[in-house]
Design a protein around this ligand. Structure first.
Ligand code: AMP
Length: 212
């Protein structure tokens, strides 16, 4: 099973990805996590991307495509993976298509978590406030200004992927504003244990919109 979770920051991609990991025994590949690890350990990629990430911009396509290309070759990704935070631009999606094609692999589906931006902003602000109250360490890019930049990057550069994958017949949309368990249930309905969504990367099915 090879899936993409699509949605703006704070839509709950990470939470749902973890549930899918448990259900299908596949790995979660979060480019955000990989880049943060690179920053923490001070690799050349980390040094190149730290400042861009801190202000909520997107790091160059070739950097993330390189990271993902290496990661999906690792043994634990052989059974399948769920991409969380990648692709984020149309060129990244095209590069992923080429990458999978050279390996004779396809995508099983793209799940869009659709959320209302204003409600999302309030949700993120209250999550940040709760974390602060508990004395937890916040991500550097969780400040309101940076969040605005991240949302803008999503709107301008990532949202076009919705049409990209709809056109390929791979897109399925769920209501990301529903309670977490309901979102999981809606995704479950889209992913029967033994049948992929689109059949293949070139799947011909029309996209469907499902509310939990
Ligand atoms: P995330 O944890 O997915 O919200 O990612 C955190 C930050 O990492 C983003 O705001 C970007 O700066 C960077 N990033 C993560 N994934 C990508 C990607 N696929 N393309 C470009 N930048 C990315």
């Amino acid at each position: 099973m090879r899936l993409i979770l699509l949605g703006p920051p704070g839509a709950g991609k990470g939470t749902q990805a973890l549930r899918l990991v448990g259900k299908y025994g596949i790995v979660q590949l979060s480019t955000g996590d990989m880049l943060r690890a690179a920053v923490r350990t001070g690799t050349p990629v980390g040094r190149q991307t730290q400042e861009i990430m801190a202000r909520g911009g997107l790091v160059p396509d070739n950097v993330v495509v390189g990271i993902v290309g290496q990661r999906i070759d690792e043994p634990d990704a052989r059974k399948g993976f769920i991409l969380d935070g990648f692709p984020r631009t149309v060129p990244q999606a095209a590069a992923l298509d080429r990458l999978l094609e050279t390996k004779g692999l396809g995508l099983d589906g793209v799940i869009e978590l659709r959320v209302d931006e204003d409600a999302l902003m309030r949700r993120i602000e209250s999550r940040v406030a709760e974390m602060k109250a508990r004395g937890e360490t916040l991500r550097e890019d969780d400040s309101p200004e940076v969040l605005h930049n991240r949302l803008r990057a999503y709107r301008e550069q990532t949202a076009p992927l919705i049409a990209y994958y709809r056109q390929k017949g791979l897109l399925r949309t769920v209501n990301g504003m529903a309670p977490i368990a309901d979102v999981t249930a809606a995704i479950d309905k889209l992913l029967p244990a033994d049948r992929p969504l689109g059949g293949s990367a070139a799947g011909k099915k029309k996209s469907e919109e499902l509310s939990p």
